[in-house]
Design a protein around this ligand. Structure first.
Ligand code: HEM
Length: 351
């Protein structure tokens, strides 16, 4: 729980502290998924992912598409009583799927979504491969998702048409220096869908609760959005400078991630006997970096149990070495900017 020790563990992968996620997760997410690979392979797969969701891509390509998706998706919630948990889950999944395969996302989503939900459940199950266990269903779901993705890729290639989405970028772009084989590409797509699913949906859901409970914060957020709306017609897509000016919106997302502890902790595994703070951690042991505790540390966050987005407007907190909301070290979340953009636009359209 100690922030200094936690940081030490997160920044020392090269000294033998590698990801230690459960077997079920590795089996279901695939052997090329980022959490399963180390060293140069990790660097390469991370580079390939960042090439798709880097801040430059967000600025040049993704932002208008996320905006467009949120508008059309959230308009379906109008005048209805909705289950916010279920709806934010669908939103997070479909938002990523639309960025991956823009045109096909509508036709494949009905088949894809139930399989994806089974895959997610399977990753957090005991690895017992017996019919009807969550693990078994998760493995089956992975197989089904793989064939759906293969079919999608084949049809995309056969159609000869170009679309400005992640799939085209992976398949054809000359600008993309990362060339992936079929298996790597499928595992990367699954990684994008998986990593941005619980994180983005829970943040989007919990923020609604906190904003409901804190009208001053909601008012401030709306004020920020009204200023942006004044400069444009309702149908105009948001531009990058406006998006970057949403400081309070970003602060609400950070504060929600902290207070709701969207990610409880981070798992590492020792590859050799290691001395840490005077103790020997034997080779192969798991270390649970319990970042939840750090989120409520009064030395880092004054009055830690209060929802106070304004604290994030102070310089430096976001980049503090001891803020682990998006992890730390070489595995710090590569989807941070993408996730922030999705949740910010969800607020902009919904609130
Ligand atoms: C918005 C809320 C999000 C939060 C709070 C969050 C949090 C985190 C944390 C704590 C880690 C560190 C895990 C570790 O060190 O083992 C991580 C890693 C990761 N995140 Fe996120 N994440 C978010 C959104 C996203 C999104 C939208 C994506 C989409 C691609 C994503 C992709 C990843 C990937 C691929 C890794 C593994 C990186 C690696 O091993 O190099 N995340 N995230």
């Amino acid at each position: 729980m100690d922030p200094g020790l936690n940081r030490h563990i997160l920044v020392n992968e090269s000294k033998g502290l590698v990801p230690g996620y459960p077997q079920s997760m590795l089996d279901i997410l695939g052997k090329c998924n980022i959490a399963a690979v180390h060293g140069c392979t990790h660097k390469y797969m991370r580079g390939a992912l960042l090439a798709l969701i880097s801040p430059t891509m967000i600025k040049d390509q993704l932002l208008p598409k996320i905006d467009d998706f949120m508008r059309s998706h959230i308009s379906k919630w109008d005048n209805k009583i909705i289950d916010i948990k279920q709806k934010t889950k669908e939103m997070a999944f479909l938002s990523s799927l639309t960025q991956i395969a823009s045109v096909e996302s509508v036709s494949v989503s009905q088949e894809f979504m139930p399989e994806f939900f089974k895959l997610v459940l399977g990753t957090l199950s005991l690895p017992i491969n017996f019919p009807n266990t969550n693990y078994y269903l998760g493995i089956q779901a992975r197989k089904n998702i793989k064939s759906l993705l293969r079919k999608l890729v084949e049809e995309r290639i056969a159609s000869g048409r170009t679309h400005h989405d992640m799939l085209d970028y992976l398949l054809y772009s000359e600008k993309n220096k990362y060339k992936l084989n079929d298996e790597e590409m499928i595992d990367l797509i699954i990684t994008i869908l998986y990593s941005g699913y619980e994180t983005v949906s829970t943040t989007a859901m919990m923020a609604i609760k906190y904003l409901h409970d804190h009208p001053k914060a909601l008012e401030e957020l709306r004020k920020e959005h009204t200023e942006i709306r004044k400069k444009r017609r309702p149908e105009d897509p948001i531009d990058y400078n406006d998006y970057k000016s949403m400081c309070f919106t970003h602060a609400v997302i950070y504060e929600t991630s902290r207070l709701a502890t969207i990610v409880n902790g981070i798992l590492r595994k020792t590859t050799k006997d290691m001395g840490i703070n005077g103790c020997v951690i034997p080779k192969g042991w798991r270390i649970y970096v319990y970042t939840r505790e750090n989120n409520y540390d009064p030395c880092l966050y004054a009055d830690p149990y209060t929802f106070n987005p304004w604290r994030w407007l102070e310089k430096g907190l976001e980049n503090s070495n001891y803020s682990f909301i998006f992890g730390g070290g070489t595995r710090q979340c590569p989807g941070k900017e993408f996730g922030l953009a999705e949740v910010s636009l969800y607020f902009f359209i919904t609130l």
